[in-house]
Design a protein around this ligand. Structure first.
Ligand code: AMP
Length: 283
């Protein structure tokens, strides 16, 4: 049976709800999202529900992580649809602040992440991880959860958030969840809605190419050669631009050094028209 999910819009309302759960001895999980929820997001919520008594899903399209030329205004929004999906899977509370509640008049503090935040996405979206780290830090201190669940779909973000929590001694555990894919391999993403039918046909090549690169590296190919080969496959399929294909250390995201036995990750970003897709896979 489908019930409904309560939505809180103020930090004080959120704190009161979480405080009542804490008083009852219940554990709390947070799943941060920007809404337009798909099966990838719902998988994170189900995992959160397995691990904690209560699950808060935040829905906030964070202006601080979009550059002026990016898609903040046209980013898909469907709160009614999101709430129906969350009710179906037993989410306990939606944290849905408006922009003024999250960034009140005079807001002037920003976290500047280094380490895993450097390179890859940051070469193309230099403002991005500062915005992500700042909003995540706020979400963590607003909700004060035991765990927060993030998708490996945004692998660099997961590394940055893990570092943030360690560096600032934030009292929660970060849990990573595997990428949920369409039947043809395309990683689910709210931005897939932008794709034309022709672009949608081409899009799964991003996953195929990095999977090929991962297989090649696992069987001893040089990381640079495997990445170069993947770049060629992505362009040959009809992508308009490849921002990067890189093989990196899976823990630190430092450039890969083979023969150390450390796990590696292949990460890529490429554009179909104006739509920018990212994906990654273990090598
Ligand atoms: P977003 O709403 O795009 O900011 O994503 C919110 C959370 O959902 C992030 O932790 C993402 O990594 C995760 N996520 C998005 N797409 C997927 C997917 N296809 N599989 C698993 N997690 C995902």
């Amino acid at each position: 049976m489908t019930g409904s999910v309560p939505v809180v819009r103020t930090v004080s309302g959120l704190r009161a709800a979480v405080k009542a759960w804490r008083a009852a001895g219940e554990s709390v999980a947070l799943v941060p999202t920007m809404g337009a929820l798909h099966e990838g997001h719902l998988t994170l919520v189900r995992l959160a529900k397995e691990k904690c008594a209560r699950v808060v899903v935040s829905i906030f399209v964070n202006p601080a992580q979009f550059a002026p030329h990016e898609d903040f205004d046209r980013y898909p929004r469907d709160e009614a649809g999101d709430l129906a999906k969350l009710a179906d899977i037993g989410c306990d509370l939606v944290w849905g602040p408006d922009r003024g509640e999250m960034y009140p008049e005079g807001f002037a503090t920003r976290i500047v992440p280094g380490g895993a935040a450097e390179g890859l996405e940051s070469d193309f979206r230099p403002h991005f991880f500062g915005g992500v780290a700042t909003v995540c830090c706020k979400l963590f201190t607003q909700v004060l959860p035991d765990i927060a669940v993030f998708g490996e779909k945004d692998y660099q973000q997961l590394c940055v958030v893990r570092r943030l929590v360690r560096d600032l001694d934030l009292p929660l555990e970060i849990v990573g969840a595997p990428t949920v894919r369409e039947a043809d391999g395309l990683a689910m993403s709210s931005r897939n809605a932008y794709l034309t039918p022709e672009q949608r046909r081409i899009a799964p090549t991003l996953h195929k190419a990095i999977a090929n690169a991962a297989a090649a590296v696992s069987s001893g190919a040089a990381p640079e050669a495997a990445a170069m080969e993947a770049r060629g496959q992505i362009l040959a399929a009809g992508f308009d631009k490849v921002d990067y294909v890189e093989v990196r250390d899976a823990g630190t995201l430092a450039p890969a050094t083979t023969g150390t036995g450390r796990p590696l990750r292949v990460l890529a970003a490429a554009c179909l028209g104006k739509t920018r897709l990212i994906d990654n896979i273990a090598a």
